[in-house]
Design a protein around this ligand. Structure first.
Ligand code: BMA
Length: 330
């Protein structure tokens, strides 16, 4: 039996595995959790992140406004399923209080480290690059500057320091619909200066992850290592298709991939995943987990249109990754 190392979260969203299901991950029967036109001037909310906040939950949402520009919105929830969104986008300030809100912001990750919540998103820094900000109260948001030069996407912080350093996964890219991409790891003493970059994983010969890959949910600490859910992309005559994969990284040096699954764990197959603004995109950005039971709820964007939820357990996922380990038989 594998174990999640962390806090208990007994009230997180959950549905048992459906009878007869032989897959390691199963969808929430009430998907999508957030439908079209969720609030005034917002057409779609997808590729968004949630975290525990007080006795409930907070979300950092990618909200596509009705002029087509994405911004970050905050929402609060008692059950992590029904959300009260704030009516305005979040404004970001520098340490001196100057407004540094970017002209667009998308694909947020929201990660709590010690007593602070960190946002990492794709921002406009003369093209697509990573933005980073922090908050303790979800009222003011202070920029931590842009960690890397352009172009980069899919920045995901580890939820605790490792050997007293912060770690960030990222995917160097171009500023368009990047036709390449590996996951890299960077280290920082203070969340401002990033270096000692290491390569983690590349696309593979498995078709679903043959074009590019990118980190998704914040790594989950387990007794087997850091469990990561990421996206893998394939190219077809009608465009890219995004699926979800999983791997386990070494607990002390997360540039070492201990196990990596050659199969996808979820791929677009429901109407709400195959049909939308960008068809066949399944984009994981966050998870909630309960260390007591090993339950994991994964939040993913569907078709650049909806926010959806899927479930697994640490044991279901880790045993599946090992069963279909990419290195097995080599
Ligand atoms: C990527 C990002 C994601 C999006 C995906 C598919 O480049 O823009 O936000 O989900 O493309 O359109």
């Amino acid at each position: 039996m594998s174990k999640i190392l962390g806090a208990a979260l007994p009230n997180m969203p959950w549905q048992d595995k459906p009878a007869g299901c032989t897959d390691p991950v199963w969808r929430y029967s009430e998907n999508p959790v957030i439908g079209r036109n969720p609030l005034k001037n917002v057409a779609r909310i997808f590729n968004s992140a949630v975290a525990v906040w007080k006795d409930g939950y907070v979300g950092a949402f990618r909200a596509e406004t009705k002029n087509g520009i994405p911004y970050l919105y905050i929402g609060f929830s008692k059950d992590a399923l029904h959300w009260d969104f704030q009516s305005e986008k979040i404004m970001i300030q520098d340490a001196q209080g100057n407004d540094v809100t970017p002209s667009y912001a998308y694909d947020p990750r929201l990660i709590k480290i010690e007593d602070t919540y960190y946002f990492v998103w794709c921002t406009n820094f003369h093209g697509a690059a990573l933005g980073m900000a922090k908050t303790k109260d979800f009222k003011t948001f202070e920029s931590l500057d842009n960690p890397f030069l352009p172009f980069n996407r899919n920045g995901v912080l580890f939820p605790r320091k490792i050997n007293n350093k912060y770690y960030l996964l990222s995917r160097p890219s171009d500023s368009g619909h990047t036709p390449f991409g590996d996951i890299f790891l960077s280290e920082s003493p203070d969340l401002y200066y990033w270096g000692r970059h290491k390569h983690v994983m590349s696309p593979t010969g498995d078709w679903w992850q043959s074009v590019k890959i990118g980190a998704g949910c914040a790594p989950i600490e387990t007794d087997e290592g850091w469990l990561i859910f990421y996206h893998g992309v394939t190219g077809t005559c009608s465009g890219f298709i995004y699926s979800m994969g999983a791997a386990i990284l070494d607990i002390n040096d997360p540039s070492i991939v201990k196990h990596r699954c050659k199969n996808f764990l979820l791929t677009p197959e429901k109407d709400y995943e195959e049909r939308g603004f960008v068809p066949s995109v399944l984009f994981p950005c966050a998870s909630l987990q309960d260390a007591q039971t090993g339950r994991i709820a994964i939040y993913y964007g569907a078709a650049d249109t909806y926010t959806c939820l899927a479930f697994t357990t640490v044991d279901d996922t880790i045993s599946y990754i090992k069963e279909y380990d990419i290195n097995k038989g080599k």
